[in-house]
Write a new protein. Structure first.
Lengths: 184, 584
């Protein structure tokens, strides 16, 4: 999604690649996102999804959620490289650290008349998508869920007059009582 | 106690509080306030270089020969971009550098102002960390944090970009160099269980090998001492990367010589055949490993490194130990002394027998006739005539660098300054300037090639200005020798652009700079000329005319394993695969 880089590292190894969701807690200082993204592009790692925003204003903390793919050796390397960045507090691999949940939000604009319009609304109901804007010839749906669900809803809208899509990328968090550890 | 002062004064005060005595730099519009503050004090000395790349290399030479951080001061825009090569070099070789760059005033940032560039953007991938100081209130803290980040953990370069208005602004400085960072906290002590496990493998090894690198040198003199103790206690063989030379003495009986692409026959075969490998402060670089799937195939690998991202990057290791070399070595020695198992003496004798056989191959052999100086011979003579002095060696990059590593014996750490990771031609001369500045009475020699040294030749002027009697020992073969060697071995001897039609007269050039030039062409004149060079108390350009077509062997061609070394006395060279040619 974000200029996906297919790295040599991922290609050459005989080991299969895995998808991992990594949460990175960082100091919200200028350039911190550039450091993280520059690390991925500079070292040829993949970014399949990236979400970032400030999560604790008083403590100046932002949380970056990255979905990446690579061989187990490359994934370990990505985490070690992230941990090496000075403004990074914690790197947590949600894919291996226990059960976790992932959600993505998408805004989907569909235009059409008659039966197609009715069908779009019916499917939206089935997917628990909300109508957040409407004209006589269009809807904007808001749908939340796992990436596969969002993908499926969008593909159904394809033949019902899909105009455009905006997606947030994945936000993820671990299940249960524990939270992401932080230093200092 | 907090005091009010300008940003420029704060820079000087922070340097003083960090114990900095020498700064390498070049002025310009955006750092004029700091230069003005320099002018009004005497605690910190400034060395004016002739190009900002030279400033960083000089600071690297200073840092690597002293163990202290090197400090650089340059202006915005071209000052900063010229420093980028040096910063990248310092990052690759883990050299602690604090580089202060001037920046246009904060209100002009982003407006394409005169001599503006996005310094933090440009230097982000070539520094360990960097800062843009937009508020005078942050300056004192950031300056001390910069030194802390540069010198702790795996050392590296840190840039502090200071806009001109912040240099003029008044702010409080509380003068506390102690920093505890909220996120950056490098781990020094290794995991005790992993250390015990490592020692157990070491004690049960039949064909053990120590493989050490620049991390031992960076860890400080204690690490080299402890390494020597451990090698002595175990009696095991030891090899090292280019960066690690001197941590274990070249005259030590367990020393196998350097390993890797131009490493010795015995070191590379030992690496290939060993059953337990202890990597201490090295990073399995491609110049060391050769073809990855043929690299030391049967060994249990133990890896000690302060940087967790070095572990399992290129080669999967069995026992990773994250920690500072000196700390971990100390623990290993303690555990070794307390162990119950005795090493398998019979197996170790057989291993040393095998190593002796490999040593018998005499892989560095070359033929010296009476007409033309062989480059290897030149370095051997240089070594013999300087080894009993207080000598520091820097190099440029290429064949001469590898010959220096093969033929100059290093007995102590911090005596060998070379651009290993980035391979920066032009490193050695300015690095020698920095080394000589730190050690005014020592003999500082840049073993150079005529192509490399021309890249930063202007720093001769710096050496003359500050009375730094560096010796530039040029192995002049009129070719970019390593390029020519690769073209001969890999590209059908088509010598594309590797010969310089016109070179300066180095003797006259030295004189033009106010130094001394010496030229030698005959093997019989070499010793006297070297002695003359040593006796001159001025910068010297020594034009040593050597065999033009000598090749550097042994050589592991790219894409090959350690057991497929080329040796100089084997006429037929094997074909290099297409896959191998792609590798540099």
């Amino acid at each position: 999604m974000l200029g996906i880089l297919t790295s040599d590292k991922a290609m050459k190894k005989a080991e299969p690649t895995e998808s991992h969701t990594i949460s990175v807690l960082v100091d919200n200082e200028p350039g911190v996102l550039a450091r993280v993204i520059g690390l991925f592009s500079g070292r040829g790692y993949n970014i399949d999804s990236l979400t970032v925003t400030e999560t604790e204003h008083e403590k100046h903390l932002s949380r970056i959620t990255i979905v990446t793919a690579g061989t187990p050796m490359v994934i370990e390397q990505i985490k070690a490289q992230l941990e090496r960045l000075v403004p990074v507090h914690t790197v947590m691999d949600l894919t291996i650290s226990g059960p976790s949940i992932e959600r993505e939000l998408a805004l989907i604009k569909v235009s059409g008349k008659g039966e197609k319009r009715v069908e779009a609304l019916r499917l939206a109901d089935a997917f628990r998508a909300r109508v957040i804007d409407a004209t006589t010839e269009s809807f904007v749906f808001e749908v939340t869920g796992r990436t596969t669900k969002v993908d499926q809803f969008i593909s159904l809208m394809q033949e019902l007059g899909l105009v455009e899509v905006a997606r947030t990328g994945i936000a993820a968090i671990s299940r249960g009582t524990g939270g992401i550890a932080r230093k200092g | 106690m907090s005091r009010e002062m300008s940003g420029a004064e704060m820079v000087i005060q922070a340097l003083v509080d960090q114990g900095v005595t020498d700064v390498f730099g070049y002025p310009g519009g955006a750092v004029l306030p700091i230069y003005d503050a320099f002018f009004q004090q005497e605690k910190v000395q400034h060395v004016l270089v002739r190009h900002e790349q030279g400033a960083v290399h000089a600071a690297e030479g200073y840092a690597r020969s002293t163990g202290k951080p090197g400090v650089v001061l340059v202006t915005s825009g071209p000052g900063a971009t010229n420093a980028v090569t040096g910063l990248t070099d310092a990052l690759m070789d883990s050299v602690p550098i604090v580089c202060i760059t001037g920046q246009v005033a904060t209100h002009l940032i982003g407006n394409d102002a005169f001599q503006e560039c996005d310094t933090v953007g440009i230097t982000r991938p070539c520094t360990k960390h960097n800062y843009l100081v937009k508020d005078i209130a942050d300056l004192g803290r950031i300056l001390h944090e910069a030194f802390y980040v540069a010198t702790t953990g795996r050392p590296g370069p840190v840039v502090v970009d200071i806009p001109k208005d912040v240099q003029f602004a008044l702010g409080d400085y509380d003068g506390t160099p102690q920093v505890r960072h909220k996120t950056y906290q490098p781990k020094l002590k290794g995991d005790q269980r992993a250390i015990r496990e490592a020692v157990e493998h070491l004690a049960n090894a039949k064909k053990p090998l120590f493989y050490t690198g620049g991390g031992v040198i960076n860890s400080g003199p204690a690490a080299s001492r402890l390494l020597r103790d451990l090698v002595k206690m175990t009696g095991y063989p030891i090899t090292s990367t280019l960066m690690g030379l001197g941590a274990y003495p070249a005259s030590g009986e367990n020393w196998l010589g350097m390993l890797g692409m131009h490493g010795t026959y015995e070191a590379n075969w030992a690496m290939h055949d060993c059953d337990v490998m202890v990597c201490i402060g090295a990073r399995f670089d491609d110049r060391i490993t050769g073809r990855l799937d043929a690299f030391s195939p049967g060994s249990t690998k133990i890896h000690i490194d302060v940087d967790p991202s070095s572990i399992n990057k290129n080669v999967h290791v069995d026992i990773p130990i994250i920690g500072d070399c000196a700390h971990v070595l100390e623990d290993m020695i303690r555990v070794w002394k307390a162990r119950s198992a005795e090493p398998d003496k019979k197996a170790l004798d057989a291993w040393w027998g095998q190593i002796t056989e490999w040593r018998g191959r005499d892989c560095l052999k070359y033929d010296q006739d009476s007409d033309v100086i062989m480059p290897q011979y030149a370095i051997q003579r240089l070594y013999e005539l300087t080894k009993d002095r207080d000598t520091y060696i820097t190099t440029e990059v290429g064949q001469h660098q590898m010959w220096a590593a093969q033929f100059y014996g290093f007995e102590e750490p911090n005596r060998w300054m070379t651009s290993g990771g980035l391979g920066t031609m032009g490193y050695g001369l300015p690095a020698a300037v920095g080394v000589q500045r730190a050690h005014p009475d020592a003999l500082v020699i840049d073993i150079a090639g005529e192509a490399s040294v021309l890249m930063t030749m202007q720093e001769m002027s710096t050496a003359v200005q500050y009375g730094l009697p560096i010796k530039i020992f040029i192995l002049n073969n009129e070719y970019m020798g390593m390029v020519r060697q690769w073209q001969q071995l890999l590209h059908g001897n088509r010598l594309s652009e590797s010969y310089m039609e016109s070179l300066p007269d180095f003797v006259k050039l030295a004189e033009a700079y106010g130094g001394v030039g010496i030229r030698t062409e005959k093997p019989s004149d070499l010793d006297d000329a070297i002695k003359e060079m040593i006796s001159v108390d001025k910068p010297v350009l020594f034009d040593c005319r050597v065999n033009k077509l000598a090749n550097c062997f042994p050589m592991i061609p790219s894409g090959q394993g350690h057991n497929q070394m080329l040796l100089g006395d084997e006429p037929e060279q094997q074909e290099v695969s297409d896959e191998g040619k792609v590798l540099v």
